[in-house]
Design a protein around this ligand. Structure first.
Ligand code: ADP
Ligand code: MG
Length: 567
């Protein structure tokens, strides 16, 4: 039999522990939420695994979480009869951080408490938050289905290493015992703990039990010391999304978000839909306030939590939303999928496609509603996730117009770098006779706004969208029109400002062109190798000449990207 071993935490864990204790101190009570959240996840995982192997229940299918305390010993414990952990699970999960990009994330922390606490929140605090209030944490755990002798006792003071030793645990699941730090004794108190469970964990679908507080009795003698303690549920213990919308408070929605997203901040917005009929499902979709630190990492977790008839099936089910909506968090609970679904089956089930298009609409509607009702919040969403949404028009033909309406641009109308102009705004301001939506793409906002191509537009008072993000040229190359109005790059091809030009102007232009014929011919010969054509332009009012690319040629920015990529 293996004996007690001492192992070191992964460097990232050590760093995270230090930073967390320091920066989350003013939010220390969230440790309870995190540990109950894990206990609930463990129960749901067991329920899922038991679908195909009922033996895992070991004749105890009533999933519960217990919160207990000992005032004299200054301990608080959280216990569950969920899936539990094997020795290897413990080493993997309570000694390392599996998230990719962790090292660079940590190196970006500033040491400024307010800033860092927000960043750590986005990262997800989890189990290690126990060390905010405890100077020793003991975990007793045994994985469902393993022998009682395969229990594990993990112990650490949060200072760089942990010990691990075998222990006999007849009861499967996990018990976490916190030895409170000096000054944190307030948590070893029934009233305080109850209040916290109700505040943070009411939405947990598994009952959270605490010992009944006895009414103080007059007669100390009548107290029966041997009476088994009685427990009562402190939370509502029903899946939040299955409750009626009118009964759920904003606070409950927000806490539930933190549970499903592992985020620390409130969500920006949410949409809860309970749909009956052919396709029966409930969805609760959330829009995070901030982009996660790994938004641009291809392997970053994304997708919804999938439930089938309230039974948790999997995390990160990314089949239910398109990639350009990967920032949406939440749950989907379906009645049309079979309980023994797997990722492979999901990919083939036609119900999944139906759900995906329904949920995509829900998410887009949520965004449209936010844009309509709260421009300020929408702007903050756009700053965080706008570049992801820009992948949408190309990825999702079916919802192209909807996504287009959600895009925001800088424009000559506002003359500042803020991306606040929607295509609806643009179209509403179009000049009489203007047929196209004009835009320019450059490396930076400043380059875009001082493009010589804009001169004629400024003169005529025609608005031009100013694009300068990396994705912009590619995005625009995928777009043809918006509400029947085609997009026109002002630096490409011949500009036909159409009806905005008077007969007088056109006549004048033709005359000028004739007069200049000699010059344009000479220039054409001189630059024969380098240009396709030389013509008199009316697009400039101040600069003497400019280069224009053909309508179907690659734009200047795209050309740079391709060159950079060695093509
Ligand atoms: P997260 O919940 O975001 O995965 P945590 O730091 O909260 O991160 O937990 C890390 C991992 O430790 C969990 O993913 C799970 O595998 C394991 N774990 C923590 N608490 C429990 C528990 N009560 N029962 C079983 N596994 C647990
Ligand atoms: Mg957790």
């Amino acid at each position: 039999e293996t004996q007690k071993e001492t192992l070191g935490f992964q460097t990232e864990v050590k760093q995270l522990l230090q930073l967390m204790i320091h920066s989350l101190y003013s939010n220390k009570e969230i440790f309870l939420r995190e540990l109950i959240s894990n206990a609930s996840d463990a129960g749901e995982k067991l329920r899922f695994e038991a679908l195909s192997n009922a033996d895992l229940y070991e004749n105890d299918g009533d999933l519960k979480v217990f919160v207990e305390f000992d005032e004299a010993a200054k301990t608080v414990s959280i216990a569950d009869n969920g899936i539990g952990m094997s020795r290897q699970d413990v080493i993997d999960h309570l000694g390392t951080i599996a998230k990719s990009g962790t090292a660079s994330f940590l190196s970006n922390l500033t040491g400024d408490q307010a800033k860092d606490s927000q960043m750590i929140g986005q990262f997800g605090v989890g189990f290690y938050s126990a060390f905010i209030v405890a100077d020793q944490v003991d975990v007793f755990t045994r994985r469902a289905g393993l022998d009682a002798s395969e229990g594990v006792h993990w112990s650490s003071t949060g200072e760089g290493e942990f010990s691990i030793e075998p222990v006999d645990l007849p009861q499967r699941g996990t018990k976490i015992v916190l030895k409170l730090k000096e000054g944190e004794e307030e948590f070893a108190n029934g009233f305080r703990l109850r209040t916290l469970v109700r505040k943070y964990s009411d939405h947990i679908a598994i009952p959270v039990l605490m010992e009944k507080e006895e009414a103080p009795s007059e007669d100390e003698e009548s107290k029966d010391e041997n009476k088994a303690p009685e427990f009562e549920s402190v939370n509502t213990a029903t899946a939040l999304w299955s409750r009626s919308k009118s009964e759920i408070t904003d606070e409950e929605y927000k806490e539930f978000y933190k549970h499903v997203s592992h985020d620390f901040a409130d969500p920006l917005s949410w949409a809860h839909n309970q749909v009956e009929g052919n396709m029966e499902y409930t969805s609760l979709l959330y829009l995070p306030e901030r982009a996660p630190f790994d938004l641009w990492n291809r392997d970053a977790p994304k997708g919804l939590k999938l439930y089938i008839q309230r039974v948790f099936i999997m995390d990160q089910a990314d089949e239910f939303l398109p990639l350009y909506l990967r920032f949406i968090k939440g749950v989907v609970d379906s009645k049309n999928l079979s309980l023994n679904v797997s990722r492979e089956i999901l990919q083939k089930d036609p119900n999944v496609d139906k759900l995906r298009s329904a949920l995509t609409k829900r998410a887009l509607d949520m965004l449209a509603k936010l844009a309509k009702n709260d421009a300020e919040k929408y702007q903050s969403f756009w700053k965080e996730f706008g570049q992801v949404l820009k992948e949408g028009p190309a990825e999702d033909q079916a919802n192209r117009e909807k996504v287009l309406k959600l895009l925001r641009f800088a424009s000559t109308h506002n003359d500042n770098a803020e991306q606040t102009v929607g295509l609806d705004d643009y179209v509403a301001r179009m000049k009489e006779g203007q047929e196209k939506i004009y835009y320019v793409v450059a490396d930076s906002y400043n380059a875009a706004k001082s493009s010589p191509h804009l001169e004629i537009f400024r003169k005529k008072g025609i608005e031009v969208l100013l694009l300068s993000e990396r994705i912009d040229e590619w995005m625009m190359s995928q777009l043809f029109d918006f509400e029947g109005k085609s997009f026109q790059d002002v630096s490409k091809g011949e500009l036909n400002l159409g009806e905005t030009e008077t007969e007088e102007e056109k006549k004048q232009q033709e005359e000028v062109a004739k007069q200049m014929e000699g010059l344009t011919e000479r220039l054409k010969t001189a630059f024969a190798e380098r240009v396709n054509e030389v013509r008199v332009t009316h697009r400039l009012t101040e600069s003497p000449a400019c280069l224009v690319v053909g309508d179907y040629d690659m734009g200047a920015q795209m050309r740079k990207i391709m060159e950079a990529a060695g093509q």
